[in-house]
Write a protein that binds this ligand. Structure first.
Ligand SMILES: [Zn+2]
Ligand SMILES: [Zn+2]
Length: 258
């Protein structure tokens, strides 16, 4: 059994064939699915999918690109939903910052503010965090440490292979590994992978994005976690069944599901 700990099933690109996508995944051994929050506009869709499928869970959160949509009251309204298992994705993403230095600085400050507000909600309701970090390792780590994120822990989803973040394993953080692991140019991640404690490894697709080899260029889907698990097994020289077992146990524990 594999758990896809990060898949945007509420994305429009699954709208026409979601049931088939889920069926394919289940038949291939993927048995739990977690939909991260990104844009609150999709929240009702994510909730609906989780209500209609006993093996699907969701999270509430605002991606740094959608931070203008952050609404603490809305979060508090849904966070105690029985299928809501986490807070996120939230975090920092400096990859697409635009404008003058002054504008970039303001944007960074705003992202930090919204990130911190979400950490506080996670702590208040005791939900783990799904953290998105891109080109912002140092600031993200600093915020997680300074704001006591250790109390709830979480996952650094789509772990960016920055070894500076590895010490967060001791702070209750897991590392979400996805399709990037199968890319030819993923040298950094290949190097970092063995340094992640096994009890902190998670598997994800980030579907519909980041499709693994041999399906690059197509829409990603939860079944393709199988390629990630296989690659992980080869790289770590651990039997595939053991990889599946370890990562599943890790996910069940972090998200408090059965
Ligand atoms: Zn993300
Ligand atoms: Zn995502």
């Amino acid at each position: 059994m594999i758990i896809d700990t990060h898949v945007h099933l509420d994305d429009d690109r699954y709208r026409d064939d979601l049931d088939i996508v889920l069926k394919r995944a289940r038949e291939g051994g993927v048995e739990r699915f977690i939909i991260p929050g990104a844009d609150p506009l999709n929240l009702t869709r994510a909730m609906e999918i989780a209500q209609n499928n006993s093996d699907v869970y969701f999270a509430i959160g605002v991606h740094p690109y959608d931070m203008e949509a952050f609404d603490a009251a809305l979060f508090e309204k849904y966070i105690n939903h029985p299928k809501c298992v986490a807070l996120g994705e939230c975090g920092l993403d400096y990859f697409r910052l635009e404008g003058s230095d002054e504008e970039k600085k303001r944007e960074k400050e705003k992202q930090k503010e919204v990130f911190i507000a979400q950490i506080e909600i996670a702590k208040k309701y005791k939900k783990p965090l799904i953290v998105h970090i891109r080109d912002a390792s140092r600031d993200s780590k600093e915020i997680l440490l300074a704001h006591g994120a250790k109390d709830v822990g979480g996952v650094l989803h789509c772990y960016n292979a920055d070894e500076e973040l590895l010490s967060l394993a001791k702070e209750g953080f897991y590392f979400g590994i996805g399709g990037v692991l199968t890319f030819k140019n993923a040298k950094k991640l290949l190097h970092a992978l063995p340094k992640i404690p096994q009890e902190k490894l998670l598997i994800e697709t980030d579907g519909p994005y980041l499709t693994p080899t041999p399906h690059r260029g197509e829409r990603n889907e939860p079944l393709y976690t199988t390629f990630v698990a296989k690659k992980m097994s080869e790289l770590l020289e651990i039997p595939l069944e053991t990889i599946e077992k370890i990562t599943t146990q890790n996910a069940l524990k972090l998200f408090n599901i059965s």
